[in-house]
Design a protein around this ligand. Sequence first.
Ligand code: FE
Length: 333
Amino acid sequence: MKARNALLAAFTLSTLAAAVQAADEVVVYSSRIDQLIKPVFDAYTEKTGVQVKFITDKEAPLIARLKAEGANTPADMLITVDAGNLWQAEQEGVLQPTKSAVIEANIPSQYRSSSDSWTGLSLRARTIFYSTERVKPEELSTYEALAEPKWEGRLCLRTSKKVYNQSLTATLIEAHGAEKTEEIVKGWVNNLATDVFADDTALLQAIDAGQCDVGITNTYYYGRLHKQQPDLKVKPFWPNQSDRGVHVNLAGAGVTKYAPHAEQARKLLEWMTTPEAQSIFAGVNQEYPANPAVEPSAEVLSWGTFKADNVPTEVAGKRQAEATMLMDRAGWQ
Ligand code: FE
């Protein structure tokens, strides 16, 4: 946290002012880890000569900063994860619509804002992971079935404070309505093996260590852990294949409302949806490209293919407040 603050402080106003003046620059506020975004910008600069300046922070401070800076912002683009966060940025009025035939051709509509304020760039599945020692995949079927008594004392969940779980719950409400969703979520809470986890990686390690048998996490956390620990006794399962499909969320971006270089930002955003950029953007974090014409990496493909839920991802934002209250009522910490 200290290093991040120092980085922000080092990125002084004069630096920003210089960036504003140069027409062949784009300034990005990004909540993505530096190593996951820098290769994309480096490739763009090499190709076009356009410099991309970026600062990294969590999504809430970045959105607050954009609001505070208003028309004086040096930022042209906001990059963040989860449709719930992008929808929030849109509601806060810090993004502007980018109507683009290139983006429309490259990214399916369910992964974009209906007002063109943001577009998804990479996809991650939030799916079921199971212990290969204590669970047979045939025992698994749907997210909903994890509420059944057979999983009592065997389920691990991450905290409901994390937007990823709020988005998952939002799509359950969209599919089933609030009443049935609350029953499902109560069933999950009832089946918990232990306290909720602060992060997905710790949850996967808990399954591996025998603390629980099943859990729900994002696929790229599995990718990272599996790379470090090839003998991990945990595998992904693709639920709901005979109905709506696996819950998919995204990392994405939008042009800021007061972008000093809106045109340059649009060009960068368009380029990020092309096959060339999609392989880098998704590849560095073992995610799925949002452009369906682009293959995921070999490692990601080795987890198998699945049918994804095609509910518009902005439902995660629209139903976020409802989902949060429901999780609270159901006792999901
Ligand atoms: Fe994450």
